[in-house]
Design a protein around this ligand. Sequence first.
Ligand SMILES: [Zn+2]
Ligand SMILES: [Zn+2]
Length: 239
Amino acid sequence: MKTLAVHIVNFFFPPQCLSCNVIVPKHGALCTTCWHKVRFISAPMCECCGLPFSLADAGPRCAECLHTPPAFARARSALVYDDGSSILITRFKYSDLPQFGEVYGQWVAHAARELVSESDVVIPVPLHLWRFVSRRYNQSAIIALALAKTTGLPTWLEGLTRTRPTAHQTGLSRKERANNVRGAFIVTPKYQEQIRGKNVLLVDDVYTTGATLNACATALLKAGALRVNVATLARRTSE
Ligand SMILES: [Zn+2]
Ligand SMILES: [Zn+2]
């Protein structure tokens, strides 16, 4: 019976490629052309921030992590943020397609599998109020929920709160980004007791310079979290 229902749904709403909308065999998939355009991140990578290395790079840490270690312990991302994946992110952000979250949650769970096993709770980066209004939903929360569904970890969707509005990070230098978000997050009062001693998996859609993730990790550690790891859908690999 379930199979019949699936056939009926597929007849009226045929599965479409997540990126270009051509018909594909199942929901939540990419067509072959788009599949070849996205780059999944795999080893070798910086053991700390997950930046993919070319085979010529010497590990185990990238220059940035050696020079300025982040507040979070480790970060892992599913995709390189480039022309192939940015279409996926933009569609996910600005179209009303939260169903994309399920497959992205699975990709993130796979990329961050080592971190999942040492985490107690999943917390998404909170959205600006004005972004929430303009976008209707928080894509970090969608990924966090999907990740929680795949891994069985609990999720505190409102674990973090913004304390003030921050300027848009686009176009800012690495230093300006860090200053822009410093102190902009706190652990939400109702979780301030529970956060103590927890291993947190912090989730966002894109890791750009890591400034926002660092500010969130700092807030979580300040409130007593034992360790913060980061999982994102995509990762910018150049400035
Ligand atoms: Zn496609
Ligand atoms: Zn690194």
